[in-house]
Ligand binder design. Structure first.
Ligand code: PEP
Ligand code: MG
Length: 581
């Protein structure tokens, strides 16, 4: 068994096909001065063909994975137009009399080497982009090699050193049972694409294989555990076949719940909404029966590009999402850049503690033009559906009022221009900083609604970086401090009579559900994949029983006890009696 990183859940069992490296061998080649003009012509033609190819790919793939995700290819197009990259190529040709392909290869190696040296996931992704688009250009300069896999009738497990977006476009996803790559990260484009389509994916096997995987090897991969088996024994195969079947059956059972109303056994309806970051995710959310979007993470519109998304482009996306929801609510969170969400062209400062630094609403209040452009786009989209605005990372009443003042300025502009928008648009606050939670009584007087971002709230309350694997065991949503702060926040909202929902990962964790039910939460927003498992649990729950569980866990001094009680409660193992359907 080899342990990698699970990047997209699911089990795959099948024969491996190893994708050849898309790396061309480019021997050093000098040219005569007289031939330089021809080399330049070859270069420009190669660039032109690559651009046309990328445009076509972008269009084709956007149908498959959605428009925003396919913006990856905009980043590739931008590299082909990047003056720094191209000047370097031309300088090598002109000064050293090297053939176009040699100059391109040397430039790729130089830039990739530079970016790879930086200890930054985002920059490493950019290095992969340069390598990918550079190899595409090289393919044309060297005479257009075949870069597809031979036609496969049988589905297979794809194995690659690294899977680039360009390689991905040459594959037929319906034939791919699962993917294993040696390199790559959770946030690589390949991982994002695999999750969007629902293909199990394990990556990060570098240095862990005793021998390279070969085409024809039998592979088992478990995208949840992040494990891979190469030519496993019969017993392992039987075990995973069975597991796959159980998961499949459970999925089928869950699918029957799509149209079932989300209601507790004692009759309390709970709104289950989706967290999305793209149109593609919304499509999946709607298929899964989500009743609206409780969190639209807009920062992904700002990523994988080289400049800010213009108002019109943002408006089109927000409007499309609002319309697709047919009147169900859509909570659009304004830009939450900074922390781990780096947007390279925004020029974020190098910070010792980025999570405590220049991020989210702090950037928006500082870069007012950026913020106002987004607010204009959201307000204009509000004419087409039930749109609400939510500010991330608010830590004081003043910050909320400052943001609202800019919102008012934008509303005034739109009125003067005669642009329609929802005059009654609700404006809410994400409660994810302890200062906001502790002043929830004050904020509730100003805001139309709260949504609790437990991912950040837990890290700031417990002083545990949510990205740091060395202290991952201390990141503890069941900590008594977390439960107390949640109770206080929710009660403050209730006393003021404003709706409060939860949109951090805790919202979709079935084990936590009794806590929400006991505290009177009526709306939970979660990642799409947890919607149905949570609904299944909700249908087995009651407010009354949850209240008793909550009273008990509030007496506990540590989170292990709390976890135990919650486990027992849902195992149907006695303590509170079996939970029936
Ligand atoms: C949160 O902090 O709980 C949240 C939902 O926001 P994000 O995960 O995008 O920081
Ligand atoms: Mg957050």
């Amino acid at each position: 068994m080899i342990k990698g990183i699970g990047a997209s859940v699911g089990i795959a069992i099948g024969k491996a096909i190893v994708l050849p490296n898309w790396e061309w061998n480019v021997p050093d080649k000098l040219v005569d001065v007289a031939d330089l003009a021809y080399e330049f012509e070859k270069l420009y033609e190669g660039i032109q063909i690559s651009k046309v190819e990328l445009e076509t790919i972008k269009e084709d793939i956007s149908e498959l994975i959605g428009e925003e995700e396919s913006n990856i290819f905009n980043a590739h197009l931008a590299i082909l137009e990047d003056p720094v990259f191209m000047n370097e190529v031309q300088a090598i040709m002109q000064r050293q009399y090297k053939a176009a392909e040699v100059a391109v290869k040397e430039t790729i190696d130089k830039f990739v080497g530079m970016f790879d040296l930086l200890d930054d996931e985002y920059m490493k992704e950019r290095a992969a982009d340069i390598r990918d688009v550079g190899n595409r250009l090289l393919k044309h300069l060297l005479g257009g090699f075949q870069d597809t896999l031979p036609d496969q009738d049988d589905p297979y497990v794809l194995v690659a050193k690294e899977l680039t977006p360009s390689q991905w476009t040459h594959l037929d996803p319906s034939k791919i049972l699962g993917i294993v790559t040696i390199m790559g990260g959770m946030n690589s484009h390949a991982a994002i694409m695999a999750r969007a389509i629902g293909i199990p994916f394990v990556l990060g096997l570098d240095g862990k294989l005793k021998r390279p995987i070969q085409t024809g090897d039998l592979i088992i991969l478990d995208g949840e555990e992040g494990t891979v088996f190469v030519n496993p024994d019969e017993e392992t195969i039987a075990h995973y076949r069975e597991r796959k079947e159980i998961i499949q059956k459970h999925m089928e059972r869950l699918e029957q719940l799509i149209d079932v109303q989300a209601i507790t056994q004692d009759g309390k309806p709970i709104e289950l909404k989706a967290n999305i970051s793209s149109v593609k995710e919304l499509e999946q959310a709607l298929k899964t029966g989500a009743r609206g979007v409780g969190l639209f993470r807009t920062e992904f519109l700002y990523m994988d590009r080289n400049s800010l998304p213009p108002e019109e482009e943002q408006f089109e996306v927000y409007r499309q999402v609002a319309e697709m929801l047919h009147g169900e609510p859509l909570v659009i969170r304004t830009l939450d850049a900074g922390g781990d969400k780096n947007i390279h062209y925004i020029d974020l400062p190098q910070e010792v503690n980025p999570f405590l630094g220049y991020r989210a609403i702090r950037i928006s209040l500082d870069r007012q033009e950026l913020f106002k452009t987004q607010l204009r786009a959201i307000l204009r989209a509000s004419h087409y559906g039930h749109v609400k605005i939510m500010y991330p990372f608010i830590s004081s009443v003043k910050e909320f009022k400052d943001a609202n003042q800019l919102l008012e300025e934008v509303k005034k502009e739109l009125r003067e221009e005669g642009q329609p928008f929802d005059e009654q648009i609700e404006v809410g606050i994400m409660i994810e900083v302890p200062a906001a939670a502790l002043t929830a009584d004050l904020l509730a007087k100003e805001a139309d609604f709260f949504s609790i971002g437990t991912n950040d709230l837990v890290q700031y309350l417990l002083a545990v970086d949510r990205m740091n694997e060395h202290i991952a065991h201390l990141y503890d949503p069941y900590h008594p401090a977390v439960l107390r702060l949640l109770r206080q926040t929710i009660e403050a909202a209730q006393q003021q009579g404003i709706p409060v929902s939860v949109c951090g990962e805790m919202a979709g964790d079935p084990k936590v559900l009794p806590i929400w039910l006991a505290l009177g939460i009526e709306e939970l927003s979660m990642s799409v994949k947890t919607l149905l498992p949570l609904k299944e649990r909700l249908l087995q729950s009651s407010i009354e029983q949850s209240g008793r569980v909550f009273e008990q866990i509030m007496q506990c001094t540590d989170s292990d006890q709390i976890r135990n009680i919650l486990d027992q409660c849902y195992n149907g193992k006695e303590r509170y009696g079996p939970i029936t359907n």
